[in-house]
Design a protein around this ligand. Sequence first.
Ligand code: C2E
Ligand code: MG
Ligand code: MG
Ligand code: MG
Length: 298
Amino acid sequence: AAKARGRNQYCFYEKTLDVEQEQLMEMLAMTQEALEAQNLVMYYQPVVTRPAPSASPEQGVIGFEALIRLQHPQRGLLTPAVFAEALDHPRLARRIGCFVLDAVLSQGEQWHQAGLPLRLSLNISARHLLDPEFLNDLQCALAAHPGIAPAYCEIEVTESAPMLDFQKAQETLQHCNALGLRIALDDFGTGNASLSYLQKLPAQTIKIDQSFVLDMLNDPRDFAIVAGVVKTARMLGLEVIAEGVETVGHLQLLEALDCPALQGYLFAKPMPAEAVPAWVKAFNIINYIGNSAAPRNH
Ligand code: C2E
Ligand code: MG
Ligand code: MG
Ligand code: MG
């Protein structure tokens, strides 16, 4: 097809590939540099429960999801949108994964020792999860930070790992459960085998992908999917978290569906670790935006 379009077109096409390749290499180099210069940092975004009979009353904040950021000397704070491929790259995935494990467990340990028993969720790349060293890396990190019990740690996996190697992913996740960690299926509904994974993988939590939540007020199909996943999770005895809760409209609809746990900009954007203790305190005091009539005591 390229040939048919003529010689110039072909050259142009080749150049585009080169440029893309070059940009990828630059991005990988930038990420590796950041890793080595300790410019990768974790931000934390709260997962909250709503005050409802189904939610246990002492839980305002369920925990925080750890989200990686790259502090660039010139470009400022970068989100994974800019360096996502590095997180799953053969050369970097394990190194970054080990950094995340250590950084988050270390932070969690500090919070626990300071009287903030927060649950922490970590995103694990498919590449690291399927790496023969993953369980060893995980156990080393847990052993290095005995101040946080594994039960307070949740690992978030997308469908990409089981899609690449189902058996390996399943076995590894079973080991994680045996170590006492929780497992969350992240971006639920966006893959192509969600329901069979739900049936076969050892998970405690489903995270409904933000794409469904963000559009559920406009698109009845998205609403139906969110409603269905909430119901399915309840019937399976799984925790369910709606991601991408941005507006009071989203919140009200999710409350109507009796969705027990929520995450999104409406409550807080990902924040640096230093901001977490004050946020937890303020949230427990000012409480929810939705049912704000009665302040909740905890
Ligand atoms: P994710 O695990 O699904 O994380 C949720 C993403 O949604 C985060 O993007 C979060 O900032 C964003 N978000 C939260 N609330 C809202 C909202 O109300 N509206 C909208 N529009 N977005 C919201 P972020 O931090 O840019 O991370 C993107 C993805 O990068 C994550 O998606 C995860 O797949 C990956 N990632 C993040 N941190 C790590 C990490 O430490 N390791 C690995 N392997 N992957 C990570
Ligand atoms: Mg996640
Ligand atoms: Mg997600
Ligand atoms: Mg996502």
